[in-house]
Design a protein around this ligand. Structure first.
Ligand code: TUI
Length: 313
């Protein structure tokens, strides 16, 4: 199964790994790239020297192309972009903001640019500004999210732009992959399922929490502060809900989340840590190597298409 995204990124399968802060390290990115997908290191809120070390580590772990995800709300965005221009990973994905002013210098350095977008307007703007592809991320995704579902966002963006569209949010297996292509996507982004990969270095408690989660466990907090985040339900998300209902100040609510991701990923604190994950979490049933996860999306695809054909009489 090849699409024009495979040519753009130099990969065997049209699948990219989502940029998950603290989780998407050089180890995960390299394992995804070695498995035939496009691995991505998440810069998150890390300073530029940390990002440089991660890029260099990934280069030592794989000869295949990989990328870096830049979180536009990070205080270190401009320094991180500079390091990326020097280190030249194959592509940059961006999230949680508008990367417009960096696109031309990234492209001059030969780096492909793939912004995450959550609306048609933003997708059109990114195409006009020179993006090579857009990642259309639905609200089923984990972490910081937009309003629209993958089901309605992807076809509208596919109709509005001519660059490749990568569907993201809620794509948990080959049925989701086939659906994404049916909606007009040229590739898929997968985040949550890669948390439960053998090579992902997060604390095992985090992986177990994803494995145990059920259909309604990936909840949204922070709607009232304008920065909605999807994570697995626990003591932390209940505390968020309580503060938001009580009309607590923006500062009080934000303070609750400080260090939450680190508590979850490093200490395995599944109660007060922030277990960011998408709705696909409920569909993840085992920890397995990245290469097997990637193959499972595409090996089952013909069976899914066969089922569709036999249903449509
Ligand atoms: O960025 C993400 N997911 C993230 S970032 C993150 S770190 C964080 N931690 C706590 C609070 C907030 C962030 C955790 N997860 N996904 C990509 C994404 N980008 N989703 C939605 C957007 C987006 C939203 C608005 C992209 C562009 C945009 O445009 C706004 C504008 O400037 O017009």
């Amino acid at each position: 199964m090849k699409t024009r995204l495979c040519e753009l990124l130099g990969v065997d399968y049209p699948i990219i790994q989502g940029g998950m802060a603290w989780i998407a390290t050089a180890e995960l990115a390299a394992a995804v790239s070695n498995g035939g997908g496009f691995g991505i290191i998440a810069a998150g809120n890390a300073p530029a020297d940390v990002v440089r070390a991660q890029i260099q580590k990934a280069k030592s772990l794989t000869d295949k192309p990989f990328g870096v995800n830049v979180m536009m709300m990070s205080p270190f965005v401009s320094e991180v972009m500079q390091v990326i221009i020097e280190e030249k990973p194959a592509a940059v994905a961006t999230g949680a903001g508008n990367p417009g002013k960096y696109i031309s210098s990234l492209k001059e350095a030969g780096i492909k640019v793939m912004p995450v977008v959550a609306s048609v307007a933003m997708a059109k703007k990114m195409e006009k500004d020179g993006a090579d592809a857009v990642i259309a991320e639905g609200t089923e995704a984990g972490g910081h999210i937009g309003e629209l579902t993958t089901m309605v966002l992807v076809p509208q963006i596919a109709d509005a732009v001519s660059i490749p569209v990568i569907a993201a949010g809620g794509i948990a297996d080959s049925r989701g992959a086939v659906a994404a292509f049916a909606l007009g996507a040229d590739g898929i982004q997968v985040g949550t399922r890669f948390i439960c990969s053998t090579e992902c270095i997060v604390h095992d408690n985090y992986k177990q929490a994803v494995l145990k989660s059920k259909d309604r466990d990936a909840v949204v907090t922070g709607r009232s502060t304008g920065a909605p985040v999807r994570a697995l339900k626990n003591k932390l998300t209940r505390e968020y809900d309580r503060l938001e209902k009580e009309g607590a100040s923006f500062e009080e609510i934000e303070a609750l989340g400080v260090g939450g991701l680190r508590r979850a990923f490093e200490e395995g604190d599944v109660q007060t840590g922030s277990l960011m994950a998408g709705q696909a979490a409920a569909m993840v049933t085992k920890v397995e190597p990245c290469a097997d996860i990637i193959k499972s999306y595409f090996n089952g695809a013909e069976t899914v298409i066969g089922i569709i054909t036999s249903k449509l009489k």
